[in-house]
Design a protein. Structure first.
Length: 258
C-alpha cells in the first residue's frame, strides 16, 4: 500500500489520538511510575521500569513493581539513604539477564547521581542547557552513571550511543519525563527540555512500522535509524515528533501490516 505524506500524517494523527490515553497504559511499563506523585520517586521508578523493559510486557510490569517493593515503595528515600544491608536485600531480584547484583549496582549509581549531580532530571536539564543536544547527553550520562565502581558486565544494561545503539529504553524513558500534553500518559517533568529535541524509542516493532510507512529506509535498528525516523516525524509535528510513538504502537495493534 502506497500512501502520500498527507495520508501518512492523517493516519499517524488518528492513531495518536486513539492510543495516547490513560486507559491504554495499565499494562505498559509507564504504569509503574504512575504509582507515585513526587518528582524524584517518578524519575527513579520510571528509570528502573525502563531499564528492564524488554521481553513480555506483563512480566516487565510485574518485576518493576517487585523492584519497588524491595525499595519499601519509596524509591527516592531508599536510593539516597540506603545502607549496605539495604542494598543486599536487592540481590534476590531477577528479570531475565538483569539480576540482583545488577540492581544493587544501579541503586548505588542512582545514589551517586542524586547526591552529586542533582538527580536524573537535574542532570539532563543542566546538560541540555549546556549542549542543547540529547545524543551528547546520553553519552555523558552513561559515563557518569558508571563512575561508581561496578563489574564490567553491568554496563550491558544501559545502552551506549557511542557504540551506535538505538538506546530504545533510554529514549522511551526520556519521552515519559519530557513529553507533556493534556492526556495524562507522559509526565512532562523535565520542562527545561523541549519536546522537539527528543528521539523516537525505536524497537523492532516501531522500526517495521516506520519502514512500512516509508519513514525509515535504514535496515538496522541503530542510532542512525533513530535519527532518520525522528527527522521524518519532525516534518509532521516539529514541536512534538515523538507523540507518534503512540501511532506506531497503535498501527501494530490495528494490524496495519497484516
Amino acid at each position: 500500500m502506497t500512501m502520500d505524506k498527507e495520508e501518512i500524517k492523517d493516519l499517524l494523527e488518528r492513531l495518536h489520538d486513539k492510543y495516547n490515553r490513560p486507559e491504554f497504559i495499565e499494562h505498559d511499563p509507564i504504569s509503574v511510575p504512575h504509582r507515585f506523585t513526587s518528582k524524584e520517586d517518578i524519575e527513579i521508578a520510571g528509570f528502573l521500569a525502563a531499564t528492564i523493559a524488554w521481553g513480555n510486557r506483563k512480566a516487565i510490569v510485574k518485576n518493576a513493581h517487585r523492584m519497588l517493593d524491595l525499595m519499601d515503595e519509596s524509591p527516592y528515600d531508599f536510593v539516597v539513604n540506603c545502607t549496605e544491608s539495604d542494598l543486599d536485600r536487592l540481590t534476590v531480584f531477577v528479570h531475565r539477564t538483569f539480576n540482583g547484583d545488577d540492581f544493587k549496582c544501579f541503586a548505588i549509581s542512582l545514589k551517586y547521581i542524586y547526591k552529586n549531580h542533582g538527580g536524573i532530571g537535574g542532570y539532563f536539564e543542566k546538560k541540555y542547557s549546556e549542549h542543547g543536544n540529547i545524543p551528547e547527553i546520553l553519552s555523558e550520562f552513561r559515563k557518569i552513571f558508571f563512575e561508581p565502581e561496578h563489574p564490567k558486565r553491568v554496563g550491558r544494561h544501559l545502552s551506549s550511543i557511542d557504540k551506535g545503539s538505538a538506546c530504545k529504553r533510554l529514549n522511551m524513558y526520556i519521552r515519559w519525563m519530557v513529553r507533556r500534553d493534556d492526556r495524562g500518559v507522559d509526565f512532562g517533568l523535565w520542562n527545561k527540555i523541549p519536546m522537539s529535541a527528543i528521539y523516537l524509542p525505536l524497537d523492532i516493532h516501531a522500526g517495521n512500522m516506520s519502514r512500512a510507512l516509508g519513514l525509515l529506509k535504514r535496515k538496522q535498528n541503530d542510532w542512525k535509524a533513530v535519527d532518520e525516523v525522528t527527522r521524518n516525524l519532525r516534518t509532521f509535528d516539529p514541536e512534538d515528533p515523538v507523540k507518534y510513538d503512540f501511532s506506531l504502537f497503535g498501527a501494530g495493534i490495528d494490524g496495519f501490516l497484516s
